[in-house]
Design a protein around this ligand. Structure first.
Ligand code: GDP
Length: 344
């Protein structure tokens, strides 16, 4: 349970970002809500307006700002999330935007102090009413200036919140390879629970995370259909950015090859993708292994030919498995865990 809290999506689950419209609705509702003051209180008419602005102030400090201050600091974010945020409306302004919003906190405090004082000193109830309305107008104009930033921040938080829980301190194994080679069969076979599927932030793709436990250690196996399974030149600009974000995620990578002669994508295309990934992410060379899948339906000769093609572009370990019936799967997984932990 403690661990569960460590991932970003869980941290964001309790955080609500209010937009300018949310704030306006809430402030007007608060302003118009009934205030009752004991009969014995002096200057009841004025006090009612003081209470109104105090309630607005409390909402802003204890709800709006509390949520903003719960957001993770940019420096504390894993590079994967930093790259995802860079893909969003936020670009590289995350810290600036939060700093700017928090900067206005003292402006709100000052306004509340100033208007409380002026209402206290006002001559009569109409003046107190006029001042309290002026306060509302000035507070709203502060948040109106943040309109775009708040909308963008809300979108970013909502998108990141939907991600499956990925614990960055635990091994993360990413599977790659063309469609139909057996990635999801592999992920399902080794996962202890049903893999979590969620939108890949800011794209129309998905990210699938399978959780498993090996020797009491939690491992995460990640599949990204439509991003790591296509020739890089077929990716659109958003998908390319998603690929950049993925660069820093894996501790090891399993590249799965379908050796079957009638495979959905030819061996050539699969080898081209492998070569592409290795040139794009040079640092993946040391973290990758290749698993030739579907050995249950492919003869020895064909396997040798496929292995030779793989080895022409890849210098690391090559394994054989059948994700369908489980043969060799444990060996592939153990090797990926060793790579993830830095023992080749
Ligand atoms: P993905 O697109 O890479 O996720 O591939 P899938 O896991 O969806 O598998 C594509 C097809 O290959 C499915 O029909 C699977 O049942 C089949 N498949 C996956 N692994 C094996 C295997 O080891 N042997 C055989 N014969 N079929 C497999």
């Amino acid at each position: 349970m403690e661990e569960e809290r460590l991932c970003l999506s869980n941290k964001l689950k309790g955080i609500r970002i209010r937009t300018f419209d949310d704030i306006r609705v809430k402030i007007l509702k608060t302003y118009n809500s009934k205030v009752s003051v004991a009969k014995s209180v002096r200057k009841k008419g004025l006090v009612k307006y003081l209470i109104r602005i105090e309630r607005i102030h409390d909402y802003l400090m204890n709800d709006f700002y509390r949520n903003i201050e719960l957001l993770p600091k940019y420096d504390e974010l894993h590079q994967f999330y930093k790259d995802l945020i860079a893909m969003s409306c936020m670009g590289n302004r995350y810290s600036d935007v939060i700093g700017k919003i928090i900067g206005y906190k003292s402006v709100i405090r000052k306004l509340t102090r100033e208007y409380s004082e002026r209402i206290r000193l006002s001559f009569d109830v109409p003046e107190a009413r006029k001042l309290s309305r002026e306060y509302v107008g000035r507070v709203l104009s502060v948040f109106r200036r943040l309109r775009k930033d708040l909308e963008c921040l809300k979108e970013v938080v909502n998108e990141l919140r939907k991600l499956p829980c990925i614990i960055m301190s635990e091994p993360k194994i990413v599977v790659a390879g063309m469609p139909q080679v057996g990635k999801s069969t592999f992920v399902s076979r080794i996962s202890s629970a049903k893999p979590e599927i969620s939108p890949f932030p800011f794209t129309t793709k998905e990210i699938i995370v399978g959780h498993l436990e090996v020797n009491y250690r939690r491992i995460q196996v990640i599949d990204t259909p439509g991003i790591l399974d296509r020739p890089l030149n077929e990716l659109n600009p958003i998908e390319r950015k998603a690929l950049v974000a993925l660069k820093n995620l894996p501790d090891s990578i399993i590249f799965i090859v379908d050796p079957y002669e009638g495979s959905y994508y030819s061996l050539d295309r699969q080898i081209t993708l492998l070569r592409n990934l290795l040139t794009t992410f040079n640092e993946w060379r040391a973290k990758m292994l290749v698993a030739i899948n579907k050995i249950d339906i492919v003869g020895k000769k064909r396997l040798e030919l496929v292995a030779k093609a793989v080895k022409s572009v890849f210098k690391g370990e090559v394994y054989y498995m059948s994700a369908l019936n489980g043969v060799g799967v444990k060996e592939v997984l153990d090797a990926a865990i060793r790579l993830a932990e830095g023992y080749p």
